[in-house]
Design a protein around this ligand. Structure first.
Ligand SMILES: *[C@@H]1O[C@H](CO)[C@@H](O)[C@H](O)[C@H]1NC(C)=O
Ligand SMILES: *[C@@H]1O[C@H](CO)[C@@H](O)[C@H](O)[C@H]1NC(C)=O
Ligand SMILES: *[C@@H]1O[C@H](CO)[C@@H](O)[C@H](O)[C@H]1NC(C)=O
Ligand SMILES: *[C@@H]1O[C@H](CO)[C@@H](O)[C@H](O)[C@H]1NC(C)=O
Ligand SMILES: *[C@@H]1O[C@H](CO)[C@@H](O)[C@H](O)[C@H]1NC(C)=O
Ligand SMILES: *[C@@H]1O[C@H](CO)[C@@H](O)[C@H](O)[C@H]1NC(C)=O
Length: 667
């Protein structure tokens, strides 16, 4: 059911990424997949809110895939065109800060930038440096003499610096002559930015939302962008606030290379909050009609909803045709991976083989996952993965760039993670081991990614297969959760029900094996096993040894009971570690491994403990309040300095060990 809801959304955003005619259109950003950082976020009704009514903030939003801007033969920048609708809301009617910039940048996001007058675009060291390769069109609402601003309400073209190449006071040309516009009026306005690659001309046009595109541009200049832009660039927005509480919104956005950006469907754009405060007396007077009106509206909306759902069911059949995040050409993927050559193979898992690739034109590195045709539920997994990942965005999740489907072959294209999967650094005599601060950072990162899946997105996503080999490391060694092939979407609050157990032995919670139900608490259990892996540098279950399999959690538990929990730490960590942090992670892992799902912390709590915002509760205390921690083989907490209250009966079934559950119930 949740799949349907998400998919409807794709109807609003049409995206086509091809070699030299990339285009996309967002009429609202409901569940869209954009790269966001800083204060940028999506509102529940689908607005892109770059700054959130706070001071000294910057926010960036970028189309997630790089765009080819140059003809590789001639080296000149293609024509491109974009249009967007924005609105600026400030705490004062006559003063706001600092503005919005449409940006073309060599990077996703603008890392070296400051808020306030720097507009989140540059900082005091790189402003004016030709190696920035940044082109921007600013809607600037503050007069900064240091950057030669003409006034506090202007539109300017910026190349590598905040001093505009050319600027004009905000307004537009109508039949009756020039009309002033106030950028901070709070009302939505539309901007068009067009670059003619032949004439080397930039036109910028501004208008109120309801008047259409004026004949003449507000600003026009001759400038060849070829020396400025790189071949592969990202497009997006930057915004910043200074000392005045302001919010910067983008309501719709359309972009196209080598052509005219598709017109925005103004009537479909999300509604801004009403300007001004509540007018209570009026509400009373017009109360009844309003209620009637809203009832009618609600019925109408429900009807539209049903129609859209119906539309979805039909779309599922040819799902791959127009919708979904981005569609790649099979030819390009085949070229990128040199025909899926064995040499390019990065790995293979339960759901298919993963190849490294370099996209032919943009030279972007990707990881292409080929879902095996034999895979029992290939198509269903594929659709689930596309739908869920396509909409998810978090710095600790591996971004899905797009997909391709051909003759039953399913391919998923991900950002390439240069440092591979985490397990390679942990066991099997790793060539490189990670130090404590790296491991701690990865643990915190994965926790926040999982917290996002569980609680921060609009639907609960149960990952189902948390483990070190599903955590990939990006260039900065951030841990990113990958492989959402097993995810299912659940609406918040509904009871997840599944028929078969998926996951990996050693990470499966006892109740998950028993009931077949994956829940957020079974994810927390797996996350506990993951934390032990990271700290101890061992698999959750090691085969061999005299006693058969060795269970990591039991061993750590026994070390803790002896008061020597640090003994279980990976010897490769050496002496350079923080004992308090190691102990924190190990104890938290034990807590997450509790056989009683209700006794495990939520991911929100896990994040709070790891961030040291909240102290970890005493494990002994917990055993009293929740039927005991039952990690080991019928272990008790006799060594705790507390005695059990006599009223507390510990049911025998609860003391059955994880080991038993795992070995009997696992696949
Ligand atoms: C605004 O965004 C910043 C940065 O993400 C965040 O710290 C802050 O809590 C947000 N403020 C509000 C009012 O949402
Ligand atoms: C690229 O430039 C070459 C030479 O100027 C031209 O022949 C070709 O058509 C251009 N390609 C595109 C896609 O514009
Ligand atoms: C803005 O308006 C406030 C009153 O609403 C006034 O006190 C202030 O002087 C005005 N500032 C400017 C720069 O016009
Ligand atoms: C952009 O191009 C310049 C030279 O053409 C190069 O030095 C720079 O590294 C490129 N930037 C990125 C981010 O690729
Ligand atoms: C411009 O930036 C480059 C790379 O960040 C740096 O090497 C160079 O020194 C900078 N130039 C100036 C004039 O600051
Ligand atoms: C438009 O704004 C300019 C200053 O930016 C001002 O000089 C001019 O009088 C304004 N025109 C109207 C019609 O308000």
């Amino acid at each position: 059911m949740s799949l349907k809801v998400v998919t409807v959304v794709f109807l609003l955003a049409t995206i086509v990424v091809a070699s030299d005619d990339t285009s996309f259109t967002y009429n609202g950003f409901q569940s869209s997949y954009l790269y966001l950082d800083g204060s940028a976020e999506f509102t529940t009704n689908g607005m892109l809110k770059l700054t959130n009514h706070t001071k000294q903030q910057k926010g960036h939003a970028f189309f997630p895939s790089p765009i080819v801007f140059k003809n590789t033969t001639s080296g000149s920048v293609f024509s491109f065109s974009t249009t967007f609708v924005f609105a600026i809301r400030s705490e004062f009617p006559n003063l706001s800060g600092h503005g919005i910039v449409f940006v073309v940048s060599p990077t996703k996001g603008v890392p070296h930038s400051l808020p306030s007058q720097y507009l989140g675009l540059f900082d005091d060291t790189n402003n004016g440096n030709n190696s920035n390769h940044i082109f921007g069109v600013e809607l600037d609402t503050i007069l900064n003499t240091e950057f030669g601003d003409i006034n506090d309400n202007h539109v300017g073209v910026d190349v590598n610096e905040l001093k505009s190449v050319k600027s004009a006071a905000a307004g537009y040309y109508s039949d009756e002559g020039f009309k002033n516009l106030s950028l901070i009026s709070g009302y939505p306005m539309q901007v068009w930015v067009e670059y003619d690659g032949l004439k080397k001309q930039i036109d910028v046009t501004l208008a109120p939302i309801n008047v259409g595109k004026p004949e003449g541009p507000l600003l026009s200049l001759s400038k060849d962008l070829s020396p400025i832009l790189n071949s592969s660039m990202y497009v997006g927005f930057s915004s910043s606030t200074g000392s005045i509480l302001s919010s910067h919104y983008v309501l719709g956005w359309s972009f196209k290379v080598n052509g005219k950006a598709q017109q925005l469907a103004i009537s479909e754009l999300p509604m801004l909050p009403r300007l001004g405060g509540k007018e209570e007396s009026k509400v009373l007077i017009v109360g009844l009609p309003l209620i009637l009106l809203s009832l009618i509206l609600m019925v109408a909306l429900a009807v539209v909803h049903v129609i859209k759902r119906k539309k979805f069911t039909e779309l599922l059949e040819d799902w791959e045709q127009d919708y979904g995040p981005h569609r790649f050409k099979y030819k390009d993927l085949s070229l990128a991976t040199k025909g899926f050559r064995e040499k390019e193979l990065l790995g293979s898992g339960g759901f298919g083989r993963v190849y490294k690739g370099v996209m032919p034109i943009s030279k972007i590195e990707v990881a292409v996952k080929k879902v095996s045709r034999e895979s029992r539920q290939g198509m269903r997994e594929f659709v689930a993965e596309i739908v869920s990942i396509g909409c998810l965005r978090h710095r600790n999740l591996v971004p899905l760039l797009g997909y391709c489907r051909r003759k039953g072959e399913l391919l998923l294209v991900y950002d390439y993670m240069p440092n591979g999967s985490l397990d390679k650094y942990l066991y099997n005599k790793p060539r490189v081991t990670l130090n404590w601060s790296q491991r701690f950072k990865i643990t915190k990162g994965v926790a926040s990614g999982l917290f996002y899946l569980h609680e921060e997105w609009e639907q609960v996503v149960v990952h189902r297969d948390i483990k070190a080999s599903n955590v990939l490391l990006d260039a900065e060694l951030n841990g990113r959760l990958g492989d959402f092939g097993l995810s299912r979407l659940y609406e918040h609050g509904t009871d997840p029900h599944t028929t078969h157990v998926v996951g990996t032995l050693g990470y499966l919670a006892p109740e998950h094996t028993r009931t077949g139900k994956a829940t957020t608490s079974s994810d927390v259990f797996a996350f506990g096993a993951f934390m032990l892996e990271v700290v101890c540098g061992r698999r959750p279950i090691e085969k061999g040894g005299e006693s058969g399999s060795e269970i990591l959690v039991d061993w750590v538990y026994n070390c803790w009971k002896k008061g020597e929990i640090l003994e279980s730490m990976d010897p490769n960590l050496g002496a350079n570690y923080r004992p308090d942090e190691v102990e924190l992670v190990l104890k938290l892992a034990l807590l997450c491994s509790h056989s009683e799902p209700l006794a495990r912390p939520s991911m929100r709590q896990v994040v709070q403990y790891l961030e040291k915002d909240v102290p970890l509760p005493d494990l002994c205390m917990l055993s009293l309040s929740s039927n005991g921690l039952t990690f080991g083989l019928h272990e008790d907490f006799q060594d705790c300095p507390m005695s059990y209250p006599s009223s507390m009966n510990r049911p025998i079934s609860h003391t059955s060990s994880i080991v038993e559950s795992l070995l009997s119930g696992g696949r």
